[in-house]
Ligand binder design. Structure first.
Ligand code: NI
Length: 182
């Protein structure tokens, strides 16, 4: 089922997600719906807050041509796309990358963001098994972006004052439209 995506201006995006205690059928259904919603919107990642939920879950599917680089240091079996990360926590971060970033909660708004180049993330998979992956490149960027969402942090929080000024008008219009729509 495709779920409505919560847009910037909705306070749900500022909430801290609640860790999942048990992997239930309801959690599996939520993950499946989040993946369907993400694919329909042509995104590479989606966090539960973005569909108005508070569970600490995010989904990621980076494009095929990014996989080789991203998997270089990973356990390939566990990192097979799409990834569903339940209760993800970043344990270590290393290096630096800077690239354009967008978000399904910010349609048509993007800006370069500096992130760690490599991160180690631990999470539960949908079988309730603990997985720990070290990933790089776009996949590492997606893991950081989605984990931030679960802590109520948005990519615009990472921008410089000058970058914020350059998108201020778009942000204001989006926030107004979101609040009007509620
Ligand atoms: Ni996002």
């Amino acid at each position: 089922m495709i779920l409505p995506i919560v847009k910037y201006g909705d306070e749900t995006l500022r909430e801290k997600a609640v860790p999942v205690s048990f992997i239930t059928d309801e959690i599996r259904k939520l993950a499946a719906d989040m993946l369907e919603t993400m694919y329909a919107a042509r995104g590479v990642g989606l966090a539960a807050e973005q569909v108005g939920r508070c569970e600490r879950i995010c989904v990621i599917d980076v494009p095929k041509d990014c996989e080789k680089e991203a998997y270089r240091e990973s356990n390939e079996a566990a990192a097979r796309m799409p990834l569903v990360l339940v209760n993800p926590e970043i344990l270590a971060a290393e290096g630096e990358q800077r690239d354009d970033e967008g978000c399904l909660s910010f349609p048509k708004i993007g800006s370069p963001v500096t992130r760690a180049n490599t991160v180690t993330v631990t999470f539960l998979d949908l079988d309730g098994m603990r997985q720990t992956l070290t990933v790089s490149g776009l996949l590492a960027r997606a893991v950081q972006h989605e984990t931030d969402h679960l802590d109520g942090i948005l990519f615009v929080d990472k921008l410089s004052q000058v970058q914020m000024l350059s998108i201020a008008g778009k942000l204001r219009r989006l926030k107004t439209a979101t609040r009007r729509g509620k």
